[in-house]
Design a protein around this ligand. Structure first.
Ligand code: ADP
Length: 451
């Protein structure tokens, strides 16, 4: 087992990793930017090293700085968390070169799933159902329009280097095609300096259901059931839950088997997530694989009572997995609490928190790096807490979430708490009657309490 792990991340996930390391008797090193000097990971890790100024490119994305910190502290492994360098094949390669274990898949595995088109080709070969679409990049508008006719409108244009919903455009007919094509290319170029675009059938009213997987260094893989992440705003997840209210034992069996096939096709080592779109007839299609721990791993941990970070560390240290699959025994829901203003189009709201009281009680988990007196820096992601509620049934979990949200007091900044309070009282949500378009049809603004 490792002696000392350096955590190349910040915020709640850095804290989350420190917690498991402590429980495993592994020493920890926090690295931090100048803007994070007063953060909890810095306080709770055994050692802390400043790796640069506030801007991510100079600190959390600065591979040289991080590897120097590894050397100074004599760490034998790096946990990359999510975001930042967690899916960066070049960084994983450098770790290999410097003989420090990257806790995650190999650079080859990251690469094979990093580019969305090659990932789809690999999955089709492995027999995993994919969204019908083009086999490669589109060369021009004319070709695009011809293929759109073949696939059948509506179609969605997607950036091959895509992430966070950027460079994605839905096209309903020929007349719109050229306009949407130009926009998608422009967005992709700006966001990823890569304007490669491909096309898929646009699945109408789909659910986003993903399967948590784990694979070891000996070719064994298993799944840990699903998470439903259909409550999204502009393709960004706001709420996740497990099990999915749309799931049936037969569908879970099929999706689980497909996810394991996907892992085995690349000999996947580590924990990961296979994201699928599921249409109203319960047909499911591979969308992408995330080769890292995800924000919403917590709901899986709660429903199957399993520490996914511990599993990641054990796999990286060369432990074999049992190979058995895991199934939810409870219901868990996670609300992402962001420093954003739901009254103003979710505009970021960083700043000083002068009062902070987090909900407590049976079945309530709060993963956060925030405390009273903390100032949220404007440089990073706006998520400040994850509130997870667990109960025997979905109804009970929603009730628990409702009361936990009512207990949340965060003063000094705007947060998404009022949005979630309304959502938990929404009849369609309660009935499990929603898809990824939910926020386009529900006029939450009118239901928010007066400020
Ligand atoms: P990103 O990597 O940018 O997050 P994804 O490929 O994961 O992009 O897609 C994000 C979201 O976009 C999905 O959860 C879904 O809501 C929507 N989406 C993507 N592809 C399709 C499709 N073919 N049909 C319908 N919706 C889609």
């Amino acid at each position: 087992m490792f002696n000392k792990i350096l955590i190349a991340n910040r915020g709640e996930i850095a804290l989350r990793i420190i917690r498991t390391c402590k429980e495993m008797g592994i020493k920890t090193v926090a690295v931090y930017s100048e803007a994070d000097r007063d953060s909890l990971p810095v306080k709770f890790a055994d050692e802390a090293v400043c790796i640069g100024p506030a801007a991510s490119v100079d600190s959390y994305l600065n591979m040289k700085s991080i590897l120097s910190a590894v050397e100074i502290t004599n760490s034998d492994a790096i946990h990359p968390g999510y975001g930042f360098l967690s899916e960066n094949a070049e960084f994983a390669e450098l770790c290999r070169l410097y003989d420090v274990k990257f806790i995650g898949p190999t650079p080859e595995q990251i690469r094979s799933m990093g580019d969305k088109i090659s990932a789809k080709v690999t999955m089709l070969k492995a027999g995993v159902p994919c969204v019908p679409g083009t086999e490669g990049l589109l060369t021009d508008v004319k070709e695009g329009m011809k293929l759109a006719k073949e696939i059948g409108y509506p179609v969605i244009l997607k950036a091959t280097a895509g992430g966070g919903g950027k460079g994605m455009r839905i096209v309903w007919n020929d007349d719109e095609f050229e306009n949407q094509w130009d926009t998608a290319r422009r967005e992709a170029k700006a966001a990823f300096t890569n304007d490669g675009i491909y096309m898929e059938k646009y699945i109408e009213e789909p659910r986003h259901i993903e399967i948590q997987v784990a694979g070891d260094q000996f070719g064994k893989a298993c799944h840990l059931s699903e998470r439903d992440c259909s409550i999204q705003r502009r393709h960004q997840k706001l709420v996740e839950e497990s099990p999915s209210p749309f799931m049936t034992p037969e569908l879970r069996e099929k999706m689980g088997a497909a996810a394991i096939k996907a892992c085995q096709a690349i000999n996947y080592e580590g924990v990961g997530t296979i994201e699928f779109l599921v249409d109203k007839y319960r047909n499911f299609y591979f969308m992408e694989m995330n080769t890292r721990i995800q924000v919403e791993h917590t709901v899986t941990e709660e429903v199957i009572d399993f520490d996914l970070i511990k599993e990641q560390i054990k796999i990286a240290a060369g432990h074999p997995i049992s190979g058995k699959n895991y199934f939810p025994e409870m219901h868990a829901i996670e609300c992402r609490i962001n420093a954003e203003d739901p009254y103003n189009d979710f505009r970021p709201s960083p700043g000083h928190i002068y009062h902070f009281h987090s909900p407590k009680g049976h079945g309530v988990r709060v993963d956060t790096h925030v405390y009273a007196g903390y100032t949220i820096p404007p440089f990073y992601d706006s998520m400040i807490a994850k509130l997870i509620c667990r109960a025997r049934t979905r109804d009970e979990a929603i009730k628990k979430m409702e009361r936990a949200l009512d207990e949340f007091v965060i003063e000094g900044i705007k947060t998404t708490v009022p949005f979630h309070q309304r959502l938990m009282r929404n009849q369609d949500f309660k009935d499990g009657n929603f898809n990824t378009g939910f926020l386009n049809t529900w006029n939450y603004k009118d239901e928010l309490p007066k400020e």
